[in-house]
Design a protein around this ligand. Structure first.
Ligand code: ATP
Ligand code: MG
Length: 391
């Protein structure tokens, strides 16, 4: 008898994808997320993945594994021989554990017979296991409509007993959809945008723009922490830290004040695109949402977009702030994002930023700047750190 985690990954997600490539990636990503907890054997059988414990803490394993994209749900289970007596014994033991740990009061049994060679049909397995547990589990009662716990008996080559199903996030395994550069500010939106794209299988590389010494070490530490949280889903993330201050100073000196935000935004995109091309990334990702701030009008987004030729993914484009906040809370970035440290955008913040910039005017302003040289210098001086979940 051994403890395993049953990992479900939803057949729908396989549509149009190479199934075994998908499964291998998923297994590798699971391995990646738990490897520092010690060796665990991972195997797949009949459309499910099993992770066998080897002394690891159950809760910690589950917490790590549900964060792997592509997983629909996870169940801690006992893997036993497909033998009716052993099934009954184990189901009883499991029921007693749940009574003790979670004070369950009612139950029912549901069975599945994947191995048609097993001599009992599913309804009969449920009846017999239920009848075995009932008189032996104190005050535990049967409730077929709304039980506190459903004991599942899944008979395959081996038999599996479980009663908990912890939901995952779904999506597709990371690495099955290319790689993108996430423009990561310290705000609420961009970490959520990165998480959403990663959930669809896009690997993340991140770039953050600061204005040191106008922005502080603490502001930088905040972005590192956000990246660590993203890394707990995605595995190690390379973070590029770029000082935008020299560029902002040039803009401040040579261009109209109200264009500061939009011009710096275009530099952010251009530098992001350079980083993308240097690192085999095929897209940029931002946390922009239509109408949220002055620079995120259709005209603003058009002018920002025009700065680059790579596709720009904006998964939050049509989400309300409250919905974005809800996701940020769910994924664990919210509390960090609201820490009140200054952002590079607050340096030289125009009093009245243009809300409907015209591309011709913006390009004319850019003419006054040595765009290529400024970008080159910013990249030469950038700092690159690889960030993993715990550090
Ligand atoms: P966020 O909450 O992500 O900061 P926001 O609502 O504050 O977004 P803006 O400040 O207009 O919006 O930024 C729009 C997008 O531009 C961000 O979502 C992010 O992708 C990118 N961006 C803004 N500031 C930075 C920065 N300092 N470093 C990297 N990317 C940035
Ligand atoms: Mg911001």
């Amino acid at each position: 008898m051994k403890k395993v985690l049953i990992v479900r990954y939803g057949e729908i997600a396989l549509k149009g994808l190479n199934k075994s490539h998908f499964e291998q990636k998923l297994i590798r990503n699971i391995q990646g997320n738990i490897k520092d907890l010690g060796e665990a054997r991972i195997y797949k059988s009949n459309g499910l993945i099993y992770v066998a414990f080897n002394g690891q803490d159950e809760e910690e394993m589950i917490e790590r594994i549900v964060k792997v994209f592509g997983i629909v749900s996870v169940s801690p289970a006992w893997e036993i021989e497909a033998d009716m007596d052993i099934i009954k014994e184990t189901a009883l033991k499991h029921a007693m554990e749940r009574i003790e740990e979670d004070q369950v009061k009612t139950f029912k049994v549901e069975s599945r017979r994947g191995d048609k060679g097993f001599p009992f049909q599913s309804p009969q397995i449920s009846r017999e296991v239920g009848a075995y547990i009932l008189p032996r589990a104190g005050n535990l009662k049967v409730d077929v409509h709304e039980p506190d716990m459903i004991i599942h008996v899944d008979v395959r080559e081996k038999a599996y007993i479980y009663s908990k199903k912890i939901p995952g996030f779904g999506g597709l395994p990371l690495g099955t959809n290319g790689k993108g550069v996430l423009l990561l500010s310290g705000g609420i939106d961009s970490p959520v945008a990165g998480w959403m794209m990663a959930k669809r299988g896009v690997e993340i590389e991140a770039v953050h723009y600061h204005s040191y010494p106008f922005t502080s070490e603490r502001a930088k530490e905040k972005v590192l922490e956000l990246t660590r949280i993203l890394a707990s889903y995605c595995g190690p993330i390379r973070l590029h830290l770029v000082n935008l201050l020299p560029i902002q100073k040039e803009i401040h000196e040579k261009c109209p004040e109200e264009e500061m935000t939009i011009l710096s935004r275009r530099f952010m995109m251009k530098i992001g695109e350079k980083i993308a091309k240097n690192n085999g990334c095929n897209a940029l990702i931002t946390g922009e949402s239509i109408g949220q701030v002055a620079s995120q009008t259709i005209q603003g987004l058009t002018v920002t977009n025009e700065a680059v030729s790579l596709p720009v993914f904006r998964p939050l484009i049509a989400l309300d702030k409250v919905d974005i906040i809800e996701i940020a809370k769910k994924i664990g970035t919210f509390e960090i994002s609201i820490l009140p440290y200054e952002d590079c955008c607050t340096v030289f913040l125009p009093k009245r930023p243009v809300t409907k910039p015209k591309i011709e005017k913006i390009l004319a302003s850019e003419e006054k700047l040595e765009v290529e040289k400024l970008i080159e210098e910013a990249i030469v001086h950038m700092e690159v750190i690889e960030i993993s979940m715990e550090e």
